[in-house]
Design a binder for this molecule. Sequence first.
Ligand code: FES
Ligand code: FES
Length: 243
Amino acid sequence: IELNEAVVYINGVRRVIPDGLAHLTLLEYLRDIGLTGTKLGCGEGGCGACTVMVSCFDKRLNKCVHSAINACLAPLYSVEGMHVITVEGIGNRRNGLHPVQESLARSHGSQCGFCTPGFVMSMYALLRSSETPPTEEQIEESLAGNLCRCTGYRPILDAFRVFAKTDDTIYTGHSLFGHEGNNFICPSNGKPCSCGLRSDTNGGTAKQMDAYNESYECDSYNVIEGSRYTDKELIFPPELLLR
Ligand code: FES
Ligand code: FES
């Protein structure tokens, strides 16, 4: 790596940022290079439509740290030496949606769709950065910077709740990703997690869960992994560990 090069990885692709672009934000750069999934909403950090995940290696902690950031506020050169993952980097219709995207789509958490990449990336960053499955409160907190003018938020929270930690719940075999028991390895963070529908015992909720189960075509995770969701999670580029 040349010390005078501003290297950034974007969705696993190495890019050298030329001099003279200090006037650009990360969002402007991403959209200039054709990654228009990241949206410009308010342009001042208030709406979350421009959310992307940045990863850097923290030498003090000796591990990669993942954070969701507002690309409209980040000067382009501030992500030098980091790995930027946008919504294009986690899944698409041709090669398979990421489970976060798929869950959001299936629970009707996207209407006009303008806020959707931002919500997806906030949730994705939370899963990547969590050692254990997040709680529902942590999920809600992680979405605090994302605004949606269409859905009223409920379908979005419902979509993401399936990724939350569940205490004393037994998983049904009939679940979003077809796993049985709680040994499911989350494709988002590579660790055991609770992505799936819970069995429950109280009447009203059970009814809702039945309706919820019916509203999903029950794809197994193998199907997702085998035929559509073929790409593995983007790893932290080894070159950036040396910086
Ligand atoms: Fe609204 Fe960045 S565009 S927070
Ligand atoms: Fe339209 Fe969220 S779906 S703003």
